[in-house]
Ligand binder design. Structure first.
Ligand code: ADP
Length: 173
């Protein structure tokens, strides 16, 4: 069952020793606040240098770089939508972030990747709905691909992790 390959964890994603961590980046890919700032700080200046060469990334998509000083070998920079009320294609764009990031993980043969709760910080996406989309996209992808073998949904607080656990439990049925 695909759900068994998905795990909810609580903590700082920059500390996870996994093959790849996903960044909640902005379209510039040049760093920012929140998890983006934390990842750039932990990865060191080499990450920004590599990101500069990428020329940005559209919302709903993702690009991959090395992990530099992180324990993770790769960073997948996914650009989530800014929540504008829900009628602006936000759900499909968020789903696109997860799909593209999972495709990149598969194409680079990554065994384990970790996602933060993309768009649920300053971008304002409602947390419960975002967790549902995250789980649904991961389940659908893992059901038809052996890679990544495992996905961690990394929440920054225990309260946020509850949304992930609930979404996973609903998906298991
Ligand atoms: P966005 O702009 O996509 O909303 P944010 O970084 O503002 O991105 O927030 C995305 C989510 O990441 C939020 O739920 C926030 O609590 C969480 N977050 C912030 N720092 C970290 C971290 N170091 N590790 C894991 N999650 C984090």
């Amino acid at each position: 069952m695909a759900e068994q390959r998905i795990k909810v964890v609580v903590g700082d994603i920059t500390t996870l020793a996994v093959d790849g961590i996903v960044n909640a980046a902005n379209e510039s890919l040049l760093g920012g606040g929140g998890v983006d700032g934390a990842i750039h700080r932990a990865a060191g200046p080499g990450l920004l240098e590599e990101c500069r060469a990428l020329g940005g990334c559209a919302a709903g998509s993702a690009k991959i770089t090395a992990g530099h000083d992180l324990a993770a070998r790769y960073v997948i920079h996914a650009v989530g939508p800014i929540w504008e009320g829900g009628d602006d294609g936000e759900a499909e764009l968020l789903a696109g972030c997860y799909r593209t990031a999972l495709e990149l993980a598969r194409d680079h043969d990554l065994e384990t990747i970790a996602f933060p709760a993309i768009s649920t910080g300053v971008y304002g996406f409602p947390k419960r709905a975002a967790a549902e989309i995250a789980v649904a996209q991961c389940v659908a992808f893992l059901a038809r691909s052996d890679r990544p073998a495992r996905v961690l949904l990394c929440f920054f607080s225990e309260a946020d992790a509850e949304f992930g656990r609930e979404a996973l439990a609903r998906s298991r049925g």
